[in-house]
Design a protein around this ligand. Structure first.
Ligand code: C5P
Length: 230
């Protein structure tokens, strides 16, 4: 296997207000994690999949992996995550098989991400050798504010993009970037990669790859699926 996808699912999901960690919340009959994995399993060529789960949900994650990829325990594995997303990605990276030379990192919470976006990111990493981030133009006007909310200035949205996942990287450089990263306050993998000097390029993202963070997002995801929220 030449490509691995690390699916980070170890967040608590406090902002969603659910009793369960976010990746294990149901969306029209399937958990967010199951939906993310199903999209990956539709790739035409096999990839290694590493699911990073909260310690208390490793058994649940394994059950979901077995449903989505029966008999493929060797290439679809589950590991325990860490306190931050950064630690969770590092735990996933430690499980990547020696043969893998391209690693994609994906938020399980982006449950409706189409298979084509995984394929596009993988292809772009192989074509360019750079870090690849799917990204969308910013539609809102942007303000820089002080602690009281007072507006200090504006940012030119034409020069900005909102980054999604999956983000893809040459494996050896991503390993080195994670080994060297001291701060864990990076909010995505491209930031870790770039902090160690890696070149990062964007490709067009996808509107339905939005991150399900709040109850509103979950409701929106129901509507995208054409269903009526529970
Ligand atoms: O918190 P946020 O929405 O940015 O999390 C993005 C993704 O990272 C989610 O899929 C979440 O499950 C994952 N995560 C993780 N380990 C953490 C925190 C977040 O795997 N400690």
């Amino acid at each position: 296997l030449g490509t691995a996808v690390i699916v980070v699912a170890a967040g608590s999901g406090t902002r969603l207000g659910a009793a369960l960690p976010k990746a294990f919340v149901d969306l029209a009959g399937q958990t967010l994690l199951e939906r993310s994995l199903r999209s990956i399993m539709l790739l035409p060529s096999p990839v290694q999949v590493v699911v990073v789960a909260p310690a208390d949900f490793v058994v649940d994650a394994q059950a979901i992996a077995n449903t989505v990829a029966p008999g493929l325990e060797e290439i679809v594995s589950v590991v325990v995550g860490g306190a931050t997303r950064h630690d969770s990605v590092a735990a996933g990276l430690a499980q990547v098989l020696p043969s893998v030379d391209v690693v994609l990192v994906h938020d399980a919470a982006r449950a409706l991400t189409p298979t084509t976006l995984f394929a596009d990111v993988e292809m772009a990493v192989r074509a360019t050798g750079a870090g690849i981030v799917p990204a969308l133009p910013v539609v809102d006007s942007l303000k820089q504010v002080d602690v009281t909310g007072g507006v200090l200035g504006i940012a030119d949205r034409a020069q900005l993009r909102a980054a999604q996942t999956p983000q893809g990287f040459p494996r050896s450089e991503l390993d080195a970037a994670y080994a060297a990263a001291s701060a864990s306050d990076f909010t995505d993998d491209a930031a870790v990669f770039a902090a160690q000097g890696g070149a990062v390029t964007t490709i067009p993202g996808d509107d339905v790859a939005f991150k399900i963070t709040t109850a509103w997002d979950l409701n929106r995801a129901h509507h995208v699926l054409g269903g009526i929220p529970d």
